[in-house]
Design a protein around this ligand. Sequence first.
Ligand SMILES: O=CN(O)CCNC(=O)c1cccc(Cl)c1Cl
Ligand code: NI
Length: 183
Amino acid sequence: MITMKDIIRDGHPTLRKVAEDVKMPPSKEDQEILKSLHEYILNSQDPEIANKYGLRPGIGLAAPQINVSKKMIAVHVIDEKEQLHSYMLFNPRIVSHSVEKAYLSSGEGCLSVDEVIPGYVHRYARITVKANDIDGKEIKIRLKGLPAIAFQHEIDHLHGKMFYDYIDEKNPFTPMDQAIAID
Ligand SMILES: O=CN(O)CCNC(=O)c1cccc(Cl)c1Cl
Ligand code: NI
């Protein structure tokens, strides 16, 4: 199982690389890695397991964060309508998005960043993602709200981007006039 010692931190070069596409159909090894990312998030959201193994909670995880520079992400998050969004994906890419932006009013955090970096991270409010599922089948997902934000945070990891790259240092809490605040 993945624990915090497997998570690489800011400054490690892999976090700034563009990850490799995963060849389809996926190998057993790639499928195991993808499952381990998803397992970490579930474990990190279980108070007992998280406490026992000292896991920082997460709603998503990307393979580069465990020093695997391949396009794999896992997300497990409940949206504002109490709908569960749980995914393990290869090669996710945003194929279309809203003009409208959104941000988490509480800002964002990252397992690969040990300090708290306050500020609004402006992202697309709605996105359409194409990806391959664990068996290699192509899927298309439309997302909004917190799941859309989480997907953008994870897909950024596959392109060497970190959430704080978007925070305006001079005024970290710039509320973009047209942007939606998500609590
Ligand atoms: O890349 C994934 N992580 O670093 C896991 C820890 N961060 C989070 O779960 C997290 C926290 C706040 C906002 C977003 Cl969008 C995310 Cl994703
Ligand atoms: Ni992160």
